[in-house]
Design a protein. Structure first.
Length: 257
């Protein structure tokens, strides 16, 4: 198991070296014989024992040398790494996917904790990025929709079945946005609350219709009405259709916040 904490990693390496001295010495001796055949056997044995006894010190020195080399060649190395990732994009994605599957719960917990801690900052950054790349985002979303149209439509249809009130509220907000409504903040939660306050009665004919009431805009969206709490009443399908875009069917008291 890899350790992110350098101290824990060094301690784990030291424990492994102490437990496997003979194995490490044999491996080092074999590697030295293959790469440096001119050395005497006693020199090879000495080097192997030295590496085992000073494993932590050698590891620290090696890391320091690597850090110095990377600092001097950072830009060149980054270019090489990016070029390799571009050439092996499918392999990189497969590795990332496999790593995510192995550590899914842990990563999700870390992401949730980070989001809760930096939520406001992230929302501001996301809003700024969207505004700066609005045209690019629209082009990307349009292309994505065309490429995945059937699957997206199936998902939307299933979501509408599973969450009818949320889907209906989203459709009304979409209509209000298309109509240029000055206020567009009526939510599915507010609609549920409004129906409970009215005990699921139609505001015009006073017939009870649980689960079948419509959002009736006193001032229609087509005539500049807002999609907000004070401009909406629950109405049955018959009364909502009869009113249409005309005046209210009878005197009613709008809900006030």
């Amino acid at each position: 198991m890899p350790y992110k904490d350098p101290q824990k990693r060094r301690e784990a390496n030291a424990r492994y070296a102490a437990k496997n001295k003979d194995k490490i010495a044999a491996r080092v001796s074999k590697w030295t014989k293959e790469t440096k055949p001119w050395l005497k056997p006693e020199s090879i044995e000495y080097m192997a024992n030295y590496r085992v006894e000073h494993a932590e010190e050698i590891s620290i020195q090696t890391k320091e040398r690597c850090a110095l080399w990377y600092e001097k060649n950072r830009d060149e190395e980054l270019v090489k790494r990016q070029a390799w990732r571009d050439e092996n994009r499918d392999l990189v994605r497969a590795q990332h996917k496999a790593s995510h599957c192995r550590n899914r719960e842990k990563r999700l917990a870390e992401m949730r904790a980070y989001y809760l801690e930096h939520r406001e900052e992230m929302l501001v950054e996301m809003k700024i990025y969207r505004l700066e790349h609005l045209d690019e985002k629209r082009v990307y979303l349009a292309a994505y929709y065309l490429a995945n149209r059937e699957r997206l439509l199936e998902n939307m249809a299933q979501y509408a079945v599973d969450h009818p009130e949320v889907y209906a509220a989203a459709r009304v907000r979409y209509r209000a946005r298309k109509a240029g409504a000055p206020i567009n903040d009526f939510t599915a939660a507010q609609w549920r609350l409004m129906q409970e306050i009215c005990d699921h009665f139609c505001a015009y004919c006073r017939e009870r219709a649980p689960g079948k009431l419509h959002r009736e805009h006193l001032t229609p969206l087509s005539k500049g009405g807002p999609n907000t709490w004070s401009n909406i009443l629950p109405a049955c399908a018959k009364c909502n259709s009869e009113k249409g875009t005309g005046p209210v069917l009878c005197p009613v008291q709008p809900f006030m916040l």
